[in-house]
Write a protein that binds this ligand. Structure first.
Ligand SMILES: [Zn+2]
Ligand SMILES: [Zn+2]
Ligand SMILES: [Zn+2]
Ligand SMILES: [Zn+2]
Ligand SMILES: [Zn+2]
Length: 311
């Protein structure tokens, strides 16, 4: 259904009118034959009759299309508020009508004081509830029940402690029942969550164990490899100790370029007595012994051969 014509200023362009409700188009849809109607007017018609409402041809609901440019033009029209009859003077663009209606002070609402049936504008609600409502609270009953006394009860002297207590009691019962229901629902939810968390926890736990086992295995593997490598290195060191080499040095200006010492290769190597002998103690830099295949400090000298010859 479209918008009432009298809510718009001046005369409305006939192109903006729906051919079914004769009001300003609301969410216009067009038929394949080019007729335009409100979607709320044409859809039920086409579903029932399978024809254009102007009776020009047979159509199905799938053939109806939105007419965006027309819709946008209509949204720019200025319209009076829904609550115009209730006193709202606001005139807004149709596209802003929903926002205005939401905060319009003239929107009707029911009084929230218990027992009051009055319907009034939202903007007047506070004042009504506090100042004029017959059912507004005026104090607590002093004749026994201690519950809230309304203006009407006070005026008519109609307050009955027993009746008020009964009503109050049943209201409390209702509240207890609804709270109890909510509590049960929450408990069920919490239980479900606990179960889910426990399942998650055990999953993580077993994953952790698997990982630990995997690393334990890897660790053992690497330990074994390190052990075997250590053995290999130690073996090759031992081999090196007993290796002997012949080094030929050419005397240069009377020196062979190294010093010797008797005893052990290192002063702190006390525990091996079998290693006694003559060892190299110093290599003179740039001397005949200071070359790549030459002597090293701590090399043991087993034999010295002196050869004469050449120049
Ligand atoms: Zn219509
Ligand atoms: Zn048609
Ligand atoms: Zn308004
Ligand atoms: Zn009221
Ligand atoms: Zn009372």
């Amino acid at each position: 259904m479209g918008f009432e014509l009298d809510r718009f200023k001046g005369t409305v362009d006939p192109d903006f009118k729906c051919n079914l409700c004769n009001k300003v188009l609301e969410d216009p849809l067009t038929t394949p034959c080019g007729h335009v109607f409100c979607s709320g007017c044409v859809l039920p018609w086409v579903v029932q009759q399978s024809s254009c409402p102007v009776k020009c041809q047979r159509i199905s609901a799938k053939e109806l299309n939105h007419v965006l440019p027309l819709k946008n033009l209509i949204l720019k029209l200025e319209i009076k508020c829904d609550n115009h009859a209730r006193g709202c003077d606001a005139v807004v663009k149709l596209q802003h009508l929903p926002e205005h209606t939401e905060m319009c002070d003239y929107t009707p609402a029911k009084c929230r004081n218990k027992g009051c049936t009055e319907v009034l504008s939202l903007g007047d609600m506070d004042a009504h509830m506090r100042e004029t409502c017959d059912c507004r609270p005026v104090g607590l009953c002093e004749s026994g029940c201690g519950l809230m006394l309304t203006l009407r009860e006070q005026r008519l002297k109609s307050h009955c402690c027993l009746r008020t207590l009964k009503a109050h009691n049943s209201a409390l019962q209702c509240k207890i029942i609804s709270l109890d229901r909510e509590f049960k629902q929450q408990t069920i939810k919490a239980n479900k969550r606990e179960k889910a968390l426990l399942a998650q926890l055990s999953e993580v736990h077993s994953e952790l164990q698997m990982t630990a086992l995997k690393y334990q295995k890897k660790f053992t593997e690497y330990s074994e490899r390190i052990d075997s490598l250590t053995k290999t290195v130690a073996f090759s060191c031992k081999e090196g100790e007993t290796k002997s080499a012949t080094v030929v040095l050419l005397r240069e200006g009377g020196s062979l370029g190294f010093n010797i010492i008797g005893g052990r290769p290192c002063a702190d190597d006390n525990d091996s007595t079998s290693n006694e002998g003559i060892f190299v103690s110093k290599i003179i830099e740039e001397g005949p012994a200071d070359k790549e295949e030459g002597l090293q400090i701590h090399d043991r000298i087993i034999e010295v051969c002196v050869s004469y010859g050449g120049s």
